[in-house]
Ligand binder design. Structure first.
Ligand code: NAP
Length: 288
């Protein structure tokens, strides 16, 4: 029930209508019986600064940040965490007194299903990451955090790959990965233990496409993990083919849930986030 004491959380983005965050966050807040509500706020880039000032005036406790504001919000914050600095993007903002502090929970979200489900010696793992956009930054940082033996980023545009590589120079992890053009992929696959798709290939409207051909999936060794950041459709064509070949498949839903749970931990200052209810609310909403 919303009353005069209800505290406000939310998500800013443009567009925001299709955000799944309100579904999972309000499910958690209800389960915890906390006097909070989490709302979607459609904020255009032109209104970003005004909106943040308005949030301060209204006493908003914290908010999530999505496309297109993850980088643009940084100059409007008092401070950002080392992980947000490393990946150059903020997805979670916390109010501390009169200040806004930014952080990024995508790395924690990406790592969570790897750590909880598969007990591996990551220092022996070669990871290949497809794509070099925003999500790839969190995935690369996650692989670095797990101290993977080799990290390879595969992209289609050399200029963007170079810029991606340079952007890590002033972080704690310079030169920790190699980048390649897409045609090198078949050579990389035979000893790849973790293959992560961070491209939109396989999601609407490219639902019938896969970033890897059947033949390329066949190059992956037994026991490899195929991790697709896409969560609709379930499974993507890529994961469907990988599973048929006996490869372990992880879809993007768990990353979505876990990055949200990590944000709630920070806002609510408690560890007992009802992840099961968040996951269930999303699955129910998506009809899975
Ligand atoms: P982005 O910044 O636009 O990056 C997309 C990357 O994919 C770019 O490197 C782009 O290449 C590459 N790409 C796009 N189409 C391609 C194609 N046909 N062939 C080869 N490469 C292609 O997007 P993002 O924010 O990183 O998001 C990427 C995906 O991750 C989306 O599907 C998103 O829904 C998903 N995601 C999931 C979660 C989660 O919690 N599960 C979180 C974040 C993102 P260029 O650089 O050459 O353009």
């Amino acid at each position: 029930m919303i009353t005069g004491t209800t505290k406000l959380l939310g998500v800013i983005g443009d567009p925001i209508e299709h955000s799944l965050s309100p579904v999972m966050h309000n499910a958690a807040l209800n389960k915890l019986n906390m006097d909070y509500v989490y709302l979607p706020f459609p904020i255009t880039s032109a209104n970003l600064e005004q909106a943040i000032a308005g949030f301060a005036a209204m006493g908003v406790m914290g908010f999530s940040v999505t496309i297109p504001h993850k980088e643009a919000i940084i100059p409007l914050l008092s401070e950002i965490s080392p992980i947000a600095y490393t990946i150059g993007a903020v997805n979670t903002v916390i109010r501390q007194g009169n200040q806004w502090i930014g952080t990024n929970t995508d790395v924690e979200g990406f790592i969570a299903p790897l750590k909880t489900t598969y007990h591996r010696d990551w220092s022996q793992t070669k990871a290949v990451i497809l794509g070099n956009g925003g999500a790839a930054r969190a995935v690369v940082a996650g692989c670095m955090k797990l101290e993977m033996a080799e990290i390879h980023v595969v992209g289609r545009n050399v200029d963007k790959l170079r810029a991606f590589s340079h952007s890590w120079e002033n972080t704690p992890f310079p030169g920790r990965f190699q980048w390649h053009e897409w045609d090198k992929l078949p050579q990389l696959l035979p000893d790849t233990r973790l293959l992560v798709n961070t491209t939109p290939i396989g999601m609407y409207p490219k639902m019938n496409e896969s970033p890897l051909s059947e033949q390329e999936i066949g190059y992956l060794p037994d026991g490899a993990i195929a991790y697709d950041l896409i969560y609709i459709p379930k499974p993507t064509k890529f994961l469907h083919k990988a599973e048929a070949r006996g490869i372990i498949a992880i879809d993007g839903l768990e990353m979505l849930v876990q990055q949200g749970a990590a944000a709630l931990k920070i806002w609510l200052q408690r560890e007992d986030i009802p992840i099961h209810e968040m996951r269930q609310a999303l699955q129910h909403h998506l009809g899975f």
